[in-house]
Design a protein around this ligand. Structure first.
Ligand code: BG6
Length: 478
């Protein structure tokens, strides 16, 4: 379904995110017919580019990041004709008048701040003082949204001077992923799971986001951030919320975000013993974290595992184990819900006995795997064995399942539609930092150092212990 015509201004249009995700994503939506020919994309950045040079750059980005089956020459030309460019100074007055003159009345106006957060305030203020933003305009802001509670509050305050909360779209691209949204469908569109979705029946939950990439090239940013700020405070927190939240009364922005916020507020502080941080070592011809970060004394973690408690009626007694890291064995994100054993066994042979496990694979090979007990075939009596009920979304849905839009494309279309459900509200971000801050301050005060781990492994040994000592184990990263 096509979205309304729009003027989307991308600040930071020559930057990495715009090149890799935003502009190729908009092209794909144009190719799919969702962005119509009466919409325009206006690149804005410091570089004194001509419009033709900008179009040539975007063409190169499409060639690099869009799959060949969608790269049709006539289609690309038609898309490039929708592009404009304005050199602009975020901290000065140059370029703002030409930008204002470009805006059209009567179409959706959106401004994507794909720039350093330090510039958010300048952009918001100038959009306002030059009369470019109107009361219906939307702004889109990227992570990192602050690096602690104080800075997130300051960012919220500076945006709030010029925009209402319902105009502000804070991106967490995990919420744009197909399978992350599927989490809500699985939970709230089926009656099967919800009655069991509580500590009475769920032994524990594991959330893993494992990556094979290192921080090569992003060392300067990453070293000031680390896995806790880069992944846990935002993406992992969102996954945790979608798993742990109460059913919202409706799938709308206020209802969904209210329920997520309650989960974040219910998180207990995390004890030092329940945190394991790691840093990848050199190996297999690859450099170590400290080489990538160019900081030999760095104590920043490229891996973190945490045991987290959601202190509310539903989850008391069911720990959530989170882990994420770089340079691990495989790129694999999944959520594993392990159920408790049945209260009583009528079978004598319980040798093959295992708990039911629901695995929700987020990437790659998105799908669901439910492990159930059955009778082992054959005449050997009532012997039990566990088998998977396995479904990959791509197989189940055929072509439709194979051609899933990238998270950014979907989220940008939601901005144009004015749907904030999959964006973070200001209070949600602040609550997430309020939980994160003392954890980071704690290890800084104790002077903890991250443990080294081998590249291609599943993280530091101590992270295994985090579960072993509770009589549990991580699902293997394969
Ligand atoms: C980003 C982080 O937000 O998410 C990166 O800054 C990380 O460090 C990336 O690699 C992971 O996203 P995805 O979509 O590849 O799982």
């Amino acid at each position: 379904i096509p979205v309304e015509p729009f003027d989307l201004v991308v600040f930071g249009a020559t930057g990495d995110l715009a090149r890799r995700k935003i502009l190729p994503g908009l092209y794909r939506r144009f190719w799919a017919g969702q962005v119509t020919a009466d919409s325009r994309i206006i690149g804005a950045a410091r570089a004194a580019l001509t419009e033709d040079a900008f179009r040539a750059d975007v063409k190169a980005a499409i060639d690099e990041f869009v799959s060949a089956d969608k790269r049709d020459a006539a289609m690309i030309d038609a898309f490039l004709a929708r592009l404009h460019y304005v050199p602009i100074d975020a901290v000065g007055e140059a370029g703002w008048k030409p930008l204002k003159d470009m805006m059209r009345p009567g179409v959706v106006r959106a401004f994507y701040f794909s720039v350093a957060p330090a510039l958010f305030g300048d952009l918001a203020q100038r959009l306002h003082s030059h009369g470019i933003a109107d009361t219906g305009s939307r702004i889109v802001v990227e992570k990192p949204f602050g690096r602690d509670l104080a800075s997130a509050r300051a960012l919220n305050a500076v945006l709030a001077q010029h925009f209402r909360e319902d105009q502000i779209y804070r991106i967490d691209h995990y919420l744009g992923k197909e399978t992350v949204q599927n989490l809500m469908a699985v939970r709230f569109a089926n009656i099967l799971f919800e009655p069991l979705w509580k500590s009475e029946y769920v032994d524990h939950v594991q959330i893993t986001v494992a990556e094979t990439v290192g921080v090569d090239g992003r060392g300067a940013y990453y070293d000031k951030s680390g896995a806790m700020r880069d992944m846990v405070q935002n993406h992992m927190m969102q996954l945790l919320c979608l798993i742990a939240m109460e059913p919202p009364y409706h799938f709308d922005p206020a209802a969904v975000r209210d329920e997520k916020l309650k989960v974040i507020r219910a998180l207990d502080p995390v004890a030092p013993d329940d945190i394991v941080r790691g840093q990848y070592l050199a190996g297999a011809g690859q450099d170590s974290y400290v080489t990538h970060s160019q900081n030999p004394a760095s104590r920043t973690e490229s891996y973190i595992a945490l045991k987290v408690h959601v202190s509310n009626w539903r989850w008391k007694g069911t720990p959530f184990y989170l882990r994420t890291g770089k340079r691990l064995r495989a790129r694999e994100s999944e959520i594993v819900v392990t159920f408790r054993e049945p209260p009583h066994s009528i079978f004598d042979d319980t040798e093959g006995w295992r708990e039911n496990v629901l695995v929700i694979r987020l990437q790659p090979n998105e799908g669901i795997n439910l492990k159930v007990m059955i009778k082992e075939p054959g005449p050997g009596g009532m012997r039990l064995t566990q088998v998977p009920l396995d479904m990959s979304f791509a197989e189940a849905l055929g072509e439709e399942g194979a051609d899933i839009p990238d998270a950014y494309e979907r989220l940008i279309m939601d901005v144009i539609r004015g749907n904030q459900t999959l964006f973070m509200r200001g209070d949600e971000v602040e609550a997430a930092w309020a939980w994160t801050d003392p954890i980071i301050q704690g290890w800084e005060a104790r002077g903890d150092r991250p443990r080294g781990y081998d590249p291609g492994s599943s993280g530091p040994e101590d992270a295994l212990m985090l579960m072993h000592r509770d009589g549990r184990r991580w699902r293997e990263i394969r």
